[in-house]
Design a protein around this ligand. Structure first.
Ligand code: FPP
Length: 253
């Protein structure tokens, strides 16, 4: 199986000089603009999603190459069920196709294929592929790819609160031990660092219920490019800008 070339840093893209010693550990991306990309080409929206999968392929590989440890991709939100049935169905089919087609290559390159969100509401073939991909890759040591599916930040926080109440009632934890750290352990992203950088292409500048708790001190990067046109070079630009920000976490320097 094809092995990605690791450590070939700086070959491409060559006009953005990122500092390879300060690569963000966790990048989260709102993969927006697939529909507009397709519309501009006179194609059905689902073609945009399919083109978006090509971008995922490129970006995961680039993340592995430059040393990003966690990549979280917003693929389907708790609100996306409001879309036409055909589009929802096409997205679910695309997910199964993606996991089936890409599994070998991702696994052989050490990627952990993880998911976040309430996947119990997804169709069975999606759940089966997600669970099987995770089980087979959970001990890999490469990039952790979090596919956010039926994910909503408010939903995640609500379900954490319910689980905490249950654990307090069952005397598994004491209400006095509850702090931000313990709370974080009830989220889908438990044991992962918060995103350093959140990227949203397509011109929209909002969070759309994505990682509400985890993004408290993330840096944001927006661009007008639609997700299917997003390239490795755009990723480097986002990282370059990130590396030139002054992260103070509410303090002063
Ligand atoms: C937002 O663009 C995109 C989505 C809701 C779906 C993202 C899905 C993929 C990139 C492919 C499927 C994912 C996997 C993991 C196989 P939009 O459709 O809202 O675009 P628009 O705002 O231009 O209409």
């Amino acid at each position: 199986m094809f092995k990605w070339l690791k450590g070939k840093k700086g070959n491409k893209p060559n006009d953005v000089n990122i500092d390879y010693n300060r690569i963000p550990k966790h990048i989260a991306i709102i993969m927006d603009g697939n529909g507009r990309w397709a519309k501009a080409k006179g194609l059905p929206r689902t073609f945009g999603h399919r083109a978006g999968v090509e971008t995922i392929r490129k970006i995961i590989k680039e993340c592995d190459k430059i040393g990003v440890k966690y990549l979280t991709l917003y693929a389907f939100s708790t609100e996306n069920w409001k879309r036409p049935k055909d589009e929802v169905g096409a997205l679910m089919n695309l997910l199964v196709e993606y996991l089936k087609n890409e599994f070998e290559e991702l696994n052989s390159n050490g990627v952990v294929i993880n998911h976040i969100g309430d996947i119990t509401k997804l169709p069975k073939p999606c759940r089966d592929e997600l669970v099987s991909a995770y089980e087979k890759t959970k001990n890999n040591s490469g990039v952790v790819m979090n596919l956010a599916l039926n994910y909503g930040g408010r939903d995640e926080i609500m379900s954490a609160v319910k689980d905490i109440i249950e654990d307090i009632e069952d005397k598994k934890i004491s209400k006095y031990s509850l702090d931000e750290n313990l709370f974080s352990n009830y989220l889908y992203t438990k044991k992962m660092p918060d995103p350093d950088l959140v990227i949203r292409p397509s011109g929209e500048q909002r969070l759309s219920n994505f990682l509400l708790w985890q993004c408290a001190y993330s840096e944001f990067w927006y661009s007008n490019i639609n997700w299917p046109d997003f390239t490795e070079e755009d990723l480097h630009r986002a990282i370059f800008d990130y590396q030139n920000r002054d992260r103070r976490y509410g303090g002063i320097k």
